[in-house]
Design a protein around this ligand. Sequence first.
Ligand SMILES: Cc1cc2nc3c(=O)[nH]c(=O)nc-3n(C[C@H](O)[C@H](O)[C@H](O)COP(=O)(O)OP(=O)(O)OC[C@H]3O[C@@H](n4cnc5c(N)ncnc54)[C@H](O)[C@@H]3O)c2cc1C
Length: 416
Amino acid sequence: MVVIGAGAVGSATAIEALRAGLRVTVVEPGEPGGPHATSYGNAGWLSSHSVVPPALPGAWRKVPGWLADPLGPLALRWRYLPRATPWLLRYLASGWTEARVQRTADALRTLLADAPALHTRLAAEAGVPQLIEQRGLLHAYRSRAEFEGDALAWRVRQRTGVRWEEWSADELHRREPDLDARYTLGIFVPEAGHCRDPGTYVAALARHAQAGGAERRATRATGFRIEGGRLRAVLTEAGEIVCDSAAICAGARSGALAAAAGSAVPLESERGYHVVVEGAPVGPRTPVMVADGKLIAHWMDGGLRAAGQVEIGGLDAAPDWRRAEILHRHLQSMFPALAETAGATAVKHWLGHRPSMPDGLPCIGPSAASADIVLAFGHGHVGLCGSARTGRLAAQLLAGIAPEISLVPFAPKRFG
Ligand SMILES: Cc1cc2nc3c(=O)[nH]c(=O)nc-3n(C[C@H](O)[C@H](O)[C@H](O)COP(=O)(O)OP(=O)(O)OC[C@H]3O[C@@H](n4cnc5c(N)ncnc54)[C@H](O)[C@@H]3O)c2cc1C
């Protein structure tokens, strides 16, 4: 079989396909886990509780305010808007009612529930156990009213089995002494985990697949040769690779490949940014998301990383580093001592493309043109977390084993 793409999803798929007894070739033009891949620069959250899609009932009412706020979490490239509009409308529609959000959450929970444990096992196998930690994740709010504003999301999470602890202002600041005093309520989710360095982790998974026998082709896949519904070869810029099955794991760049396999699904990039402050003197004890800036701050091996922002502008537009600067300003306001030492620290910026479906669920399942080709992409905000289970599912489909969870909610054919 051929795995197209060696991000978190592709690398996990390659490992699981080898485990299922398949012969594996990985097609990936870049260095696995490098900065070109979204898996490199994300926030590292293995948030098994991140089951609520970004668009919730009433989101449309908040959008103008977010867009008008120069420090807001959402940006639109206006020239791209006509292209993105159908996707945006579906995105808002899928979160229109609590019942729809609950359906999405129930499905996502089956994919994510034991992600920290699955990643712990994968990292140990790949020789990098230190990169995965399961110490819980923290959401910080400025007030109970702000938390109540998120009540629907927490109610939906609770119904899927997510449990949390509430930390009072005293408790929050005892545990997070560097956090700004405006945060007075902590919601701590003990079951969740995090990755200390996603790029290094994915590189280790890819190396582990190679050590297990996967062959690596440093080229780009361009399409498929399908005859009578059976896959004969994957087409690449360096010629054909003869094979009888394939998985499309090319993240935000999977759309054209899926269309070539008969499944033209609505995949869009939700562009996101990170900033890393090297040598930061202060920061969180627990990876933390703040409700006001909608960003995640977390120590990585390279420094203190803040990741977030959603920018709708397609795959090809140049980065707008002002979005990363917004994250930096939020980070400094979360940890005021950072601003005082700003001159003594180096700051790095990064842009990545979340591969996002409008209904908040990835595509995992056979393509329309051939059951030999499995789509495994579209994980949006939770692709690192969901990669371990997705790799198992893709391998099970291609090895003819019954998938361990229902794939009905993730079927590519749900888009018609
Ligand atoms: C700012 C930000 C923060 C995030 N935070 C989190 C988080 O905390 N937790 C979480 O779970 N998720 C998070 N995400 C989302 C997560 O990073 C993505 O969902 C995930 O990395 C997607 O993984 P992937 O393997 O599908 O894609 P990628 O990592 O993009 O990998 C795709 C690979 O396919 C290759 N490729 C592309 N085209 C071709 C081709 N034609 N032929 C062969 N190879 C090809 C690429 O080179 C790339 O290596 C975040 C994303 C962003 C942007």
